[in-house]
Design a protein around this ligand. Structure first.
Ligand code: NAD
Ligand code: LMR
Length: 340
């Protein structure tokens, strides 16, 4: 076995050896919205993941081309493209994880909630199909507004009698990715070593990075710098929307974040211990029914929703300020799904 210079094999090396071989369990991953701005690079990144044995790429148009292209990459998974509602069942059947980046993105001047009218219906119909064809799959919800689309999915699954709160995740990993990048830049610490929990939700002030818990610790960030880092993390999506000037929102960084989160879900399913990521899940760590926090992932999805840990006064204020907006977005999703 390859040994690290000056020591034993690294834990990441061992993990790669355990899980990168063809002997890793069979795992099917479906991407819904696979021909889109996020869907295409996410399909690429999932094709590169050795934990995936089957990759199903579904969209209402364009998937034959994406699937043919990605399928030529010489990695483990078999790739198939599915197009149009008639093929949705086939795409979903047998899936262990369903990743949903289907729906419209923001343009400058819009909030994520402005996407509700179109994306709520898309998410509802996709989740209805998930309940029918792969009720046990872990669902990674990327479509915005996440603060409402996750509650919509929960209601659809409840109505279908398939809801398992351990299996539904709002993907907030991009907030963590941004917080890590921005913190590393300001604190002048190596970005690869940085960890920052981000809690709350996924829109504006509902995104609450906990820089007081960031590691490696930095003692030279002023209160104003922490405030600026918080605001930049909360406005990270808007920064990209404005820079793209009408051509959509984050796609490449989102695909990266989505691939990190799906990989964590796969590791959890495969029994890798101590897999922890932040995610927007059903929760009782605050009075709100859904909340993003650190979550331990296991063989059945969420194994444990971890608490918030100690907060600074600034973070305590941020937590109280985000609750009314997050509550309203959750209720809007529940109302939509239960009325129609
Ligand atoms: P896009 O328009 O480039 O792609 C969306 C894809 O969804 C298109 O290919 C479209 O054909 C497909 N689609 C539409 N209706 C569908 C349906 N019923 N079934 C299957 N596919 C369908 O948009 P994008 O940039 O990829 O963004 C997608 C979504 O992800 C948006 O809602 C965006 O706001 C959201 N997003 C979330 C995060 C996050 O952090 N959670 C980050 C970035 C973007
Ligand atoms: C993001 O955070 O980049 C996404 O939610 C997309 C958006 O609309 O900002």
């Amino acid at each position: 076995a390859a040994l690290r210079r000056g020591g034993g094999p690294s834990s990441s090396h061992l993990l790669r050896r355990c899980y990168s071989s063809e002997s890793a369990p069979e795992r099917k991953v479906a991407v819904l919205g696979a021909a889109g701005g996020i869907g295409q690079p996410l399909a690429l990144l999932m094709k590169l993941n050795p934990l995936v044995s089957k990759l199903a790429l579904y969209d209402i148009a364009g998937t034959p081309g994406v699937a043919a292209d990605v399928s030529h990459i010489n990695t483990r998974s078999e790739v198939a493209g599915y197009m149009g509602e008639d093929q949705l069942g086939q795409a979903l059947e047998g899936s262990d994880i369903v990743i949903i980046p289907a729906g419209v993105p923001r343009k400058p001047g819009m909030t994520r909630d402005d996407l509700f009218n179109i994306n709520a219906g898309i998410v509802k119909s996709l989740c209805t199909a998930i309940a029918k064809y792969c009720p046990n799959a872990l669902v990674n919800m990327i479509s915005n507004p996440v603060n409402s689309t996750v509650p919509i999915a929960a209601e659809v699954f409840k109505k279908a009698g398939t809801y398992d709160e351990r299996k539904l995740f709002g993907v907030t990993t991009l907030d963590v990715v941004r917080a890590k990048t921005f913190y590393a830049g300001k604190a002048k610490v190596p970005v690869a070593e940085v960890n920052v929990p981000v809690v709350g939700g996924h829109a504006g002030i509902t995104i609450l990075p906990l820089f007081s818990q960031a590691t490696p610790k930095s003692n030279n960030l002023s209160d104003d710098e922490i405030k600026a880092l918080t605001k930049r993390t909360q406005d990270g999506g808007t920064e990209v929307v404005e820079a793209k000037a009408g051509k959509g929102s984050a796609t490449l960084s989102m695909a990266y974040a989505g691939a990190i989160f799906a990989d964590a879900c796969l590791k959890g399913l495969n029994g890798v211990p101590d897999v922890v990521e932040c995610s927007f899940v059903q929760s009782n760590i605050t009075e709100l029914p859904f909340f993003a926090s650190k979550v331990k992932l296991g063989k059945k999805g969420v194994e444990e929703v971890l608490g918030l840990g100690p907060l600074s006064d600034y973070e305590k204020q941020g937590l109280e300020s985000l609750k009314p907006e997050l509550k309203a977005s959750i209720e809007k999703g529940i109302k939509f799904a239960s009325e129609k």
